[in-house]
Write a protein that binds this ligand. Sequence first.
Ligand SMILES: Cc1ncc(COP(=O)(O)O)c(C=O)c1O
Length: 473
Amino acid sequence: MTQERPSSLHTMGQQHGRRSWAEPWKIKMVEPLKVTTREQRVTALEEAGYNTFLLRSDDVYIDLLTDSGTSAMSDRQWAGMMLGDEAYAGSRNFYHLDAAIKRFYGYAYMVPTHQGRGAEHLISQTLIKAGDHIGGNMYFTTTRLHQELAGATFHDVILDVAHDPQDLHPFKGNVDLAKVEALIERYGAAQIPYISLAATVNMAGGQPVSMANARELKALLDRHGIRLMLDATRLVENALFIQEREEGYADKSIAEICLEFCSLTDGAWMSAKKDNLVNIGGWLAVNDYSVFEELRNLVVVYEGLHTYGGLAGRDMEALAIGIEESMQDEHIRSRVGQVRYLGELLTEWDIPIVQPIGGHAIFLDARRFYPQLAQDLFPAQTLAAELYLDSGIRSMERGIASAGRNAETGDHNRPKLELTRLTIPRRVYTQAHMDVVAESVKACFDARDAARGLDMAYEPKYLRFFQARFTPR
Ligand SMILES: Cc1ncc(COP(=O)(O)O)c(C=O)c1O
């Protein structure tokens, strides 16, 4: 008599009623992973003050702290590293990078920077004056800080639904145009140098912005003579969502969609450590020559000469190649597909995550995970600690610790979203790693009633989440 096999022995594709897919690359070089015991992890976490940023990576098994600078470069990129022209001025790799940015993002002028925040610093110092106001589709930590250090006040102009982890709006990163109009009405266009548009929105859970929204926003801002500046860090992921969800884009390539999106903006800053598949690097690009002139002046002061901006020639070559690879449809489908695979497993087990599943990470909803914990007990930080203790998987807090303090009152900012981020590096882990991660999250979920929360024992002045220390209750 033949026995029915349990469904777990079916391939993942069969379980989902489709043909299986696999990562569109094969592995040429491996980096061994270290498995630790629970006792070792307890010691490591105590030493790290219960902050996953302070763990040594040697003590981590699967590292989902960030997708920033953690990508695996391709053989073509590594070959490009050997073609580094390390001239102080006019390196040929700079011209390759310049050409790649023009071709795929379409901006007229660019300066390289050491990473995204270098570009944020330059654009903030160039366009913002004290007393200005900046609207943005949700804050990002370093972006907002540079805007504030330049003298601006930040205003969140994202759709309200972006703050609701269960709302299924397909473009939760969209700007609420009424909020922008109210901002202009209140402060006047002269006090608003630009609107800051991130695509996708990291802090909202990797949620995309639609092309229609960007187009309407641009038209509104044009009427008031206000610039639209893009945080292009994860634009390629955003383009996939547009291709999948927005009418009229199903037959357009990712590269075409990115170019069209950028054409609606006046410039962009980039953390190339994400979409662009390099371990270090950034750039800042604009269409207005007079703005570029100022950027080219400032980059020399803070980053390096305008033809290297803090990067080695070899880094610029790897970046130029990475830009081209990042725009390939099959790459981005697999990258976002892997995130979605993990998210679907967790959803099937009723584990609370931000929906719809975003582009670069799964965001666990710590409020619903630990309903017994008040926000001041750092539920998302607690969950990151518990996950590490369970399996050595490293995640990151995106909640009250990341949100910092109100500059005027000194009280905690208390964001609606209290999230623990499982960020998937690009081209690094396989589907089997995602299975291991899912099972560890499930183990923490099953043990959720035992969580007691954390107190903050040390708080740095700036971007406190990076270096803060906690003690368990
Ligand atoms: C949306 C967004 N903008 C800007 C940055 C800053 O870039 P970097 O870390 O390269 O300084 C990041 C990095 O995490 C980001 O996610």
